[in-house]
Design a protein around this ligand. Structure first.
Ligand SMILES: *Cc1c(COP(=O)(O)O)cnc(C)c1O
Length: 365
């Protein structure tokens, strides 16, 4: 994964060459593993939007986890649907049957939702059998968003991505499969509406940004100790050589870059053989700002918290209407959560764990 910023991985990414056969190979792999028809796309939100367009009517309401990223909201909107946010449980960051019941009562205009997006936040699997029973009871179509949970198993042993009528994948920065951008959708059940396969080549600017991001990211991280890294990164964003993940635009017509397809396939295969659970660990702390300051002082940069707003990041959250009063747990979690970034090795984290320990909220963990 590029987020580890190891020199070897950075070079491999920067100079990767892909061809049509790599795209076909990735499609074949996804179709085999997730048993459906695969399409490769520009990013995860485009993949999710295609999935939603294929199974819902414009104007339908769909239930969305009340702790998510703007990409999901954008996909729901792009498909012409109405998002209904459901509150989460503090211990696994996902909605539960109880909070789903509440969401059904409070949904906008009392329009009964017809679908549900299962996200398995940060790789924490849902109690899927309970969710399926719920979906069956209320006639809801399940779509799985695999951005956080490729390779994760549900408690009943089934793999994430093998339950819903469709599975949407993101290969964006910090996702389980990380090729900086790219995505895919697997249509598992018969579609209600046909959707067009993305056919336009990626924009050159997007291609170059995806290709060089690991190099820039690794350079900035090396410089972080002397605070130059942050400055350089801000400069690269200002001149549009680096794009913030949230700004990666939804585009249903653009294809994935071929080199990304090649790298993504490799990562899918590696993930399977390594057998590690790709979970980004989290905990809830009091006085988060103080903890982060202490961590930074000790050389740990726990920036990039997932998530600081119920629909992250903040500049997009401000633009949407989120029912904070109906989602108190989401609001609470976003004020207290910190994540252990995946680019630190476990044994390097002992110092950080010692710092965090004193601040962990007792009743939560
Ligand atoms: C990142 C993310 C996506 C898709 O993101 P893209 O940047 O469009 O690839 C979808 N769902 C969740 C939960 C995510 O975190």
């Amino acid at each position: 994964m590029a987020a580890t910023y190891r020199a070897r991985d950075v070079l491999r990414h920067t100079f990767a060459v892909g061809c049509n056969r790599d795209c076909q190979a990735l499609c074949d792999y996804l179709e085999n593993r997730y048993e459906g028809k695969a399409m490769l796309c520009k990013n995860g939100r485009s993949a999710l939007a295609l999935a939603l367009k294929a199974y819902f009517e414009p104007g339908d309401a769909v239930i969305v986890n009340g702790f998510t990223c703007y990409a999901v909201y954008e996909a729901v909107k792009a498909a012409g649907l109405i998002p209904v946010f459901a509150d989460i449980d503090k211990d696994n960051l996902n909605f539960s049957v109880d909070t789903l019941e509440d969401a059904l009562k409070t949904g906008p205009n009392h329009k009964k939702p017809t679908g549900i997006i299962v996200q398995n936040s940060l790789g924490n699997p849902m109690n899927i059998t309970a969710i399926e029973d719920f979906a069956h009871k209320y006639d809801l179509t399940i779509i799985e968003d695999l951005a956080h949970c490729v390779g994760v198993k549900y408690p009943d042993g089934r793999e994430c991505g093998t339950v819903g009528v469709a599975a949407a994948f993101s290969f964006g920065k910090d996702k389980v499969i990380d090729t900086i951008s790219g995505g895919a959708v697997v249509f598992r059940g018969p579609t209600l509406h046909s959707v067009k396969t993305p056919s336009l080549r990626p924009r050159l600017s997007d291609h170059l940004r995806a290709r060089f991001y690991p190099l820039f990211g690794a350079t900035c991280r090396k410089l972080t100790g002397i605070h130059l890294g942050g400055l350089l990164m801000r400069f690269l964003v200002a001149i549009h050589w680096v794009e913030k993940s949230a700004d990666n635009r939804l585009d249903l017509k653009r294809k994935i870059s071929k080199f990304e397809a090649k790298l993504a396939l490799k990562q899918f295969k590696n993930l399977r053989s390594s057998g590690e659970l790709p979970i980004r660990e989290f905990c809830l702390v009091k006085n988060r700002e103080e903890v982060l300051k202490k961590l930074a002082h000790a050389g740990y940069y726990f920036d990039g918290i997932w998530y600081k707003q119920p629909v992250s990041p903040e500049r997009y959250y401000k633009k949407i209407v989120f029912p904070e009063q109906d989602c108190p747990n989401s609001v609470f979690v976003t004020k207290h959560i910190i994540n252990f970034p995946a680019y630190y090795k476990r044994e390097c984290l002992m110092g950080a764990i010692a710092i965090v320990k004193d601040y962990v909220l007792e009743e939560e963990k």
